[in-house]
Write a protein that binds this ligand. Structure first.
Ligand SMILES: C[S@@+](CC[C@H](N)C(=O)[O-])C[C@H]1O[C@@H](n2cnc3c(N)ncnc32)[C@H](O)[C@@H]1O
Length: 228
């Protein structure tokens, strides 16, 4: 089995995953649990070998295997793009598509993708994202999640606020026939949001791709066929 190595220790020898977990356990049991899970996660290993920046890439791959929303798309907006796994999937599958994306965090350049390091809730963000494409998008994808504070209800509301903003953006900006894919939390899409999507798209479905960890509360909503 391959042992992943991480930098070096004082002896100049590379540290193994097990050593990293041991060190992390001494510092914080929580980060040790995270690291142990990362080291044993087949999606993390696959992402490393296939050159994806995040295991999240496979959530989009699996969602697309089920719903085929990438097929034929020409102009894509990626909300919450960092570190760039989803954008890499879009880039590889749609080499000619125009792509723009936004995140609070910096993102290393991805060829052919226009990046904005800013808050999507900033009033200027919607126009900047669309202007960068030079046309209305035919696909909006959102993997945005608010930083969790550990209080279930607060975390749910904060992320749902982002999804709602993304949904309104998609409804306003998408070309007729366009699709919208977004992360939501279990407990479902709020009735108001669901109504907005149902009245503006031909189909609205929920899915939890296998790459989404069982213990996590995330789900995805896939709204297809924006009404004209
Ligand atoms: C799960 S990550 C996205 C992973 C990405 N889909 C990938 O495949 O690499 C969620 C991202 O949403 C971003 N985010 C959260 N709130 C945001 C906001 N208000 N505006 C822009 N990005 C935001 C976070 O900074 C974080 O990078």
């Amino acid at each position: 089995m391959t042992k992943f190595t991480f930098g070096g220790n004082r002896s100049g020898r590379s540290t193994t995953g097990k050593e990293r977990v041991k060190t992390a356990k001494r510092r914080s049991p929580q980060s040790a649990r995270w690291l142990e899970r990362q080291l044993n996660d087949p999606y993390v290993k696959r992402a490393q070998s296939e050159g994806y920046r995040s295991r999240a890439a496979y959530k989009l791959v699996e969602l697309d295997e089920k719903f085929h929303f990438l097929k034929g798309k020409k102009a894509v907006i990626d909300l919450g793009i960092a570190p760039g796994g989803w954008a890499q999937v879009v880039r590889r599958r749609l080499p000619k598509a125009k792509i723009s994306g936004i995140d609070l965090l910096p993102v290393d350049p991805i060829e052919g993708v226009t990046l904005f390091e800013m808050d999507f809730m900033d009033d200027r963000a919607p126009d900047l994202l669309v202007e960068a494409l030079g046309q209305a998008p035919d696909l909006v994808i959102s993997d945005m999640a608010a930083n969790t504070v550990g209080h279930k209800q607060t975390d749910h509301l904060r992320t749902m606020g982002l999804v709602e903003a993304a949904a309104h953006f998609a409804v306003e900006m998408l070309q007729p026939g366009g699709d919208f894919v977004a992360k939501v939390f279990a407990g479902g899409t709020d009735p108001e949001l669901l109504n907005l999507l149902k009245s503006n798209f031909a189909t609205v479905k929920h899915a939890k791709p296998p790459a989404s960890r069982k213990g996590s509360v995330e789900w995805y909503v896939v709204a297809q066929g924006k009404k004209g």
